[in-house]
Design a protein around this ligand. Structure first.
Ligand code: NAI
Ligand code: MG
Length: 336
């Protein structure tokens, strides 16, 4: 049976990196079908909606979407489309691997860690945001639930087990945020007891950032709440050479959306020089999610080999290749 996925080409550099990614996926001969749907600024300009019903319907039907970055129009009170998608499909786990690749001008060469970020609650959601009439006082509600904490920590431990990883670090600030972060830590400790085969340790978020910069090799899987995870995963992207190499999966029980961590990069859009690797690596996460782990490995190996050979590298990686040059080089290796 051929499988169909929803594909969102997105805004800015989105269409360029999506074309490159689909070219490489085609080279892997996966037999995948694509249903192209729109979201973001492009959808708004054409259809008058940032997130058309047909797009939601396609994600709902296929349960898997590969998505390029979207531009949320500034002003006009639009809320983030990405936050909206996570809410709609209850995509509670945001999984962001940070793995060292060759020739990426990064500080380290041996990083291999995964941040599992809770994606649906906490301060990041912006619940109850208020500014007093005089503009002097701003408030925000931070809600953490047992259910939300339990399912994300369980997800992290199950992921560690599935990937043969050894350690999960629970990142929190329970010493200060005693109720919210405190509940998260308490639940995490309970869940950890059910995984005696996986080592569990704890780190306070600020100290954790310092350790990540100084000695990142001590980390394996990190699990944390939404806002901390947002910050820590970008820090980790910085450890392995920046946003051009950072993929992310948004996973729920009914659907999963795979994307690059970076945005639509309007400064380089249309120039044909965007690095497609982050979206390609997200496609690799998608293949793993679909149980097509061999093909995911082949895809990652093709990227590694292409970087190693410095074949067609884009300017952000110090090369002078175009998105198309780079994609062609990776596709040739993926085809085997
Ligand atoms: P950005 O990630 O788009 O760009 C930051 C810098 O990194 C820019 O200099 C850009 O040229 C560079 N960059 C990003 N991706 C690159 C790639 N693949 N290859 C080479 N260079 C790359 O962040 P920015 O400028 O803050 O946001 C631009 C737009 O993207 C905004 O409208 C924002 O809302 C949206 N955005 C969308 C996201 C999504 O859909 N998941 C995530 C983050 C931002
Ligand atoms: Mg972020």
């Amino acid at each position: 049976m051929t499988q169909t996925i929803a594909v969102i080409r997105g805004d800015g550099i989105g269409p360029e990196i999506m074309d490159a990614t689909l070219q490489v996926l085609d080279a892997l001969k996966l037999g995948l079908q694509y249903e192209f749907v729109e979201a973001g600024l492009g959808a708004y300009e054409k259809q008058g909606e940032l997130l058309p019903a047909a797009t939601l319907d396609a994600i709902h039907r296929h349960r898997i979407a590969l998505k390029s970055p979207l531009t949320t129009p500034v002003g006009g009170g639009f809320s983030s489309i990405n936050v909206e998608l996570r809410k709609r499909f209850d995509l509670y786990a945001n999984v962001r691997p940070a793995i060292s690749f060759p020739n990426t001008r990064s500080r380290y060469t041996d990083i291999d860690l995964i941040t599992v970020r809770e994606n649906t609650e906490g301060a990041y959601i912006g619940e109850g945001q208020q500014l007093s009439a005089d503009g002097e006082t701003a408030t925000l509600t931070q809600k953490i639930t047992r259910r939300g904490s339990e399912r994300i920590v369980r997800y992290a431990f199950d992921l560690a087990r599935r990937l043969g990883r050894k350690k999960v670090t629970v990142v929190h600030k329970a010493n200060i945020l005693k109720t919210t972060s405190g509940l998260f830590l308490k639940v995490a400790r309970e869940v950890a007891q059910q995984y005696p085969d996986i080592e569990c340790n704890e780190a306070i978020v600020d100290a954790c950032c310092m350790k990540l910069v100084m000695d990142p090799q001590q980390f394996d899987v990190i699990v944390t709440t939404n806002l901390f995870g947002d910050i820590i995963s970008d820090l980790c992207a910085g450890l392995v050479g920046g946003l051009g190499l950072a993929p992310g999966a948004n996973i729920g029980t009914e659907a999963a959306i795979f994307e690059a961590v970076h945005g639509s990069a309007p400064d380089i859009a249309g120039k044909g020089i965007a690095n497609p690797c982050a979206l390609l690596l997200a496609a690799g996460q998608m293949l793993d999610h679909m149980g097509r782990c061999d093909e995911a490995r082949r895809l990652r190996q093709a990227i590694v080999d292409t970087l190693q050979a410095r074949d067609g590298l884009t300017p952000d990686l110090g090369g002078s290749g175009t998105t198309q040059d780079f994609a062609r080089a990776i596709a040739a290796r993926a085809a085997g």
